[in-house]
Ligand binder design. Structure first.
Ligand code: TXA
Ligand code: MG
Length: 309
């Protein structure tokens, strides 16, 4: 029998061609992929993730010219963004081609597309003649996986194969921008800082709810660990919770608590973003009673890293 985890791109491609689902590595987080043009295959992704509702999925392509198969009305700004940031952690939301099934876009007439910057993902995509629809490979309510083993732990009994590309180097999801009524808007902060995008296309409006550092509200919805999480000034929070076993996520410094995960001792935001999900996961699996997380600095990549917890 084939192992659940491996780096056999041909095997992954075969499963996908047969209408199956496969967990794939990307530079951001692992995705759970299916043929984006095959509604029955895409349905299996929703079933495996047990999403209570059908959120639109991101479509992944391996060749720049394939963008025209899934999107139309590419503006010069969109082309410039692709030139600058693809392959990479940027998803563009633009009008879709009819061939993209409603199930992928939740009935929207736009589609989110990106070209991932992971060599195995690109090799896989380039060996297929269809793009891959893939949300993050976590069951609903869990943190996004950044290693093949995370996927195996969470979804191993529901998927036939996990393509192992090692730990994700970005560690947070892609930044999502789109054109809305002719102006660029940010749908989700992520692996590419908005400031860098603005250098290419000018002002990007923020339509989403206020971008809050490691926002508890967001933890409750999509990425909720099982343990209570409080975000803020960790010194104040530790005093408030001193009768409990504290699991702390500290941005930079080690603290004398029951357990502490330091995201980046050098204060590097990208490194911290990369470690955030696994820190949450480690503390969630530990014997601490409560997780106290230090706020990310609200600048650059920190904006992305902070909302994805
Ligand atoms: O880094 C990533 O983007 C990862 C890897 C696997 O590529 N994927 C990912 O997918 O984060 P997912 O399903 O967890 O998040 C997709 C997000 C959703 O929040 C969805 O609302 C948004 O993309 N999205 C997709 N299509 C959209 C559209 N047409 N309009 C607005 N938002 C869209
Ligand atoms: Mg997700």
């Amino acid at each position: 029998m084939k192992q659940l985890i491996g780096d056999d791109v041909a095997h992954a491609a075969e499963l996908l061609r047969e209408g199956g689902i496969v967990a794939i590595p990307t530079e951001t987080v692992y995705g759970l992929a299916a043929n984006a043009f095959d509604e029955a295959a895409v349905l299996k992704v929703f079933e495996a993730k047990q999403r209570p509702s059908f959120d639109p999925l991101i479509v992944h392509i391996g060749r720049r010219e394939d963008v025209h198969r899934v999107m139309k009305e590419l503006s010069p700004g969109a082309e410039a963004l692709m030139d600058h940031f693809w392959p990479g952690p940027l998803t563009l939301v633009l009008p879709k081609q009819d061939i993209v099934p409603d199930l992928v876009t939740s009935g929207l007439d736009t589609v989110g597309v990106r070209m991932p910057a992971h060599p195995l993902a690109l090799e896989l995509l380039r060996s297929l003649d269809f793009p891959l629809a893939a949300p993050s490979a976590n069951p609903f309510g869990y943190v996004s996986p950044t290693t093949a083993q995370h996927v195996a732990d969470q979804l191993g009994d529901r998927i036939p194969y996990i393509l192992d590309g090692g730990p994700c180097i970005v560690g947070v999801e892609s930044t999502i921008v789109g054109l809305d009524d002719g102006r660029w808007v940010l749908y989700r902060p992520g692996g590419i800082a908005v400031e860098r995008i603005e250098e290419v296309i000018g002002r990007v409006a923020v339509t989403m709810k206020k971008v809050m550092p490691v926002a508890p509200g967001m933890l409750e919805s999509h990425y909720a660990p099982r343990k209570p999480v409080h975000v803020g000034d960790v010194i104040t929070l530790s005093q408030q919770h001193k009768s409990k076993r504290i699991g702390m996520i500290s941005f930079r410094e080690d603290h004398d608590v029951h357990c502490c995960e330091v995201l980046s001792s050098s204060g590097d935001l990208s490194e911290a973003a990369r470690h955030l999900f696994s820190a949450l996961r480690t503390l969630d699996a530990s014997d601490c009673d409560v997780i106290l997380a230090e706020r990310f600095p609200d600048e650059g990549l920190g904006r992305g890293a902070s909302t994805i917890a």
